[in-house]
Design a protein. Structure first.
Length: 153
């Protein structure tokens, strides 16, 4: 989850939103009313609602292109459920709200980072289990050799 969320009021100039998104190299900005998230602007919103319609940024405000209402979760929602919510709602960003205030955002980038961590942990676990299996096998061989030397020789 990203906690340093870029957010703007709904009457912010769209040109300022786009400039900040570009400078921060992010694809999503949350639109708030006070501290309460009320919408979201993504790169896709800008392309679909501005660029493809031949509109310029001048004179537009965040409310003109934001997607609203938004899907939100609380910080208690775990990774797997957040992923399910994103998938079932066909969204790439999930706003995290606590006490009706913006507290973070989960994006596909966060999901990819977490997935990478899980894959690395699985590789480590597999390596550990393989070593554990070899040690178990060596233990059986040792017991067998002790039995052979003690009782058969």
């Amino acid at each position: 989850m990203t906690v340093d969320v870029v957010h703007f009021s709904q009457d912010a100039k769209l040109s300022e939103v786009v400039k900040t998104m570009s400078e921060r190299n992010i694809g999503t900005a949350v639109i708030t009313e006070g501290e309460r998230p009320i919408g979201i602007i993504t790169e896709r919103d800008i392309i679909k609602k501005v660029v493809t319609k031949g509109r310029g940024l001048e004179g537009l405000i965040a409310a003109d292109v934001m997607t609203s209402p938004i899907v939100t979760i609380t910080p208690e929602v775990d990774f797997e459920n957040a992923l399910l919510i994103m998938t079932s709602n066909h969204i790439k960003s999930l706003v995290v709200v606590e006490d009706d205030e913006l507290s973070g955002i989960i994006t596909t980038t966060d999901i990819l980072r977490r997935t990478k961590e899980i894959a690395e942990n699985n590789r480590k676990l597999t390596r550990y289990q393989t070593i554990q299996g070899y040690l178990f096998f060596l233990g059986i061989v040792a017991i067998f050799l002790i039995f052979v030397f003690k009782y058969l020789l």
